[in-house]
Design a protein around this ligand. Structure first.
Ligand SMILES: [Cu+2]
Length: 99
């Protein structure tokens, strides 16, 4: 039991270090242009996302929860994770200022 817990903590540490959470399909980097809390939407000019074979582009992303958008602001460089929805689309699962 204790060993299982240790393994779990180690797995989280690796996930946090790689900035790719267990449920994420991909992670990306970009700059925030606009945030619309009413619709939980953020517009980002993002770099290429190789895991999804997306080129760099400017687009709206829906956040899984609008609270995720409270830690970032327009003009800021950010890193973010994308989770795949049942519908096949991608939503922001986490987003934070770039280091
Ligand atoms: Cu895009």
């Amino acid at each position: 039991m204790k060993q299982a817990l240790t393994t779990l903590i180690a797995a989280f540490a690796v996930a946090a270090a790689s900035n790719l959470y267990a449920a994420d399909a991909a992670s990306g980097k970009g700059t925030v242009n606009r945030i619309d809390l009413a619709t939980a939407t953020v517009n980002i000019s993002h770099e290429a996302i190789l895991a999804l074979k997306w080129p760099g582009m400017t687009m709206d992303f829906k956040a899984a929860d609008k609270k995720l958008l409270s830690g970032v602001k327009p003009g800021q460089a950010v890193t973010f994770g994308l989770a795949k929805e049942a519908s096949g689309g991608y939503v922001i699962s986490h987003i934070e200022p770039a280091q």
